[in-house]
Write a protein that binds this ligand. Structure first.
Ligand code: C5P
Length: 301
């Protein structure tokens, strides 16, 4: 085999409950992930040494060097198996960059699966998931897709049942938001409110039973009523312009509007695909329609 292409989905968080800052700087989460049908593709081709190239939306904002999470994934997998990472990685980007939709995590999960297949390593699911967790909190979910509850820093996953299809509209904002900066702002706002920001101050986050029931039930209206994102106030504090985007989606008929993860992408839940198309038209050319749940990383060829 000389080349393997893997397709990987974006995610939206339908619940993102953020606990206090832990001694290691991370935050305990109750993070309900939903994979959505916006995809990157990662192609791994046999090569003499590790190189990385890319094309597609916002590719200029993606570092095409060893700092790319996909390159780190190839290096980590090769190291685990005691081989050299002899591969050219090519990323076709369609997921917004630094948008709160786990685009970098998707590329890392895609690179892992593509390299594992190219090199014929046959790593177990557990080995791949543990490499994913080392690469980043959202990377394990990019591999598995569907819907899942992530606890710990988001990497400890339990798959969730989903009883229907949810139509979404996504509006990527220009200029990404740094995830660490959004968590820092969340901490700062909590201190400012006098709540404190450590695990001693903030109750441990828990999955909302009403939200899990709404996912199982499959009704967009029921899910819309229970969507929450504890990072949204921090994202809006850093990017006050997002409030107007959220309001425009609601005015255009969205059942709910929220910031996706750490933002700045805004996510709108629609009643059905026709409504999603109408909302996307009203929100302009930056708006994209995508349905959920989508499968995780899959080998295309
Ligand atoms: O795990 P990942 O590399 O995606 O995390 C990026 C940053 O986001 C972390 O360095 C940390 O600042 C923040 N983070 C956090 N708590 C989490 C996940 C991420 O504070 N549960």
């Amino acid at each position: 085999m000389t080349a393997v292409t893997v397709r990987v989905p974006a995610k939206v968080n339908v619940q993102l409950a953020v606990g206090g800052r832990r001694p290691d700087g991370f935050h305990d989460l109750a993070n309900v992930f939903l994979a959505v049908g916006l995809f990157d593709r990662v192609t791994a081709t046999a090569a003499d040494e590790l190189t990385i190239t890319g094309e597609g939306r916002d590719i200029a904002a993606v570092p095409l060097d060893g700092s790319n999470l996909a390159a780190k994934a190839a290096v980590a997998l090769a190291k685990l198996h005691g081989i050299e990472p002899r591969v050219r990685l090519h990323i076709e980007k369609d997921i917004p960059v630094a948008g709160g939709m786990a685009g970098g995590s998707a590329d890392a999960a895609g690179a892992l699966l593509a390299c594992d297949t190219l090199w014929g390593l046959g790593s177990s699911r557990e080995e791949l998931l543990s490499l994913c967790a080392e690469l980043g909190s959202d990377v394990p979910f990019s591999l598995v897709g569907g819907a899942a509850l992530g606890v710990g820093r988001g990497e400890l996953l339990t798959p969730l049942e989903v009883g229907g299809t949810f139509p979404w509209v996504f509006v990527a904002a220009t200029g990404g938001l740094s995830t660490p900066a959004v968590y820092r702002e969340c901490d700062r706002l909590r201190r400012e409110e006098g709540a404190g920001d450590t695990i001693a101050d903030i109750p441990a986050p828990v999955a909302d039973p009403a939200l899990l029931a709404a996912l199982r039930g499959g009704s967009p209206a029921a899910l819309a009523a229970v969507l929450t994102n504890d990072l949204q106030p921090a994202a809006l504090s850093l990017r006050p312009d997002l409030a107007a985007t959220l309001a425009a989606g609601t005015a255009a008929g969205a059942l709910a509007a929220l910031v996706s993860g750490s933002g700045p992408t805004c996510a709108f839940l629609a009643e059905d695909t026709d409504a999603a198309t109408r909302i996307a038209v009203a929100l302009g050319p930056a708006a994209r329609v995508a349905t959920a749940p989508a499968p995780g990383a899959v080998v295309l060829r």
